[in-house]
Write a protein that binds this ligand. Sequence first.
Ligand SMILES: [Zn+2]
Length: 131
Amino acid sequence: MSNEIEKPKKRISYLFLAIILVTLALSTVALYQALIEYDAGNTGSGNSLLLIGGSGFALSAYMLFQTRRRTMRLQIKEQPVITTILCQKCGFKNVRDFQRGDYIFKEAEPCPKCNEKTSVASIYREVEEKH
Ligand SMILES: [Zn+2]
């Protein structure tokens, strides 16, 4: 549905989805076989096939529930990391998204106000505040 999810997460859920689909398919086959066994009068093997099919369905339903919970937790966890850049000369403060390799006191781009060198003052994770 949304293409904004990062690739590794997507691959994990695709794998889970594939496992669930295979389990569902095997369970359907087992249940179908159970019907055939019942039809033929083999109640014993029909019961065991019914058990296999039933537990297969239960297992896939459980896994589907687990993956949903997992992706929901990931969405909650995802919060932007912010880097603030401070000009030592005029105090100009710039806030931008964290970039790979940022660290405190790292030299950053020249100050747009006084063209002096600026440095990273702080790096923090932005937490959504409740109003
Ligand atoms: Zn400045």
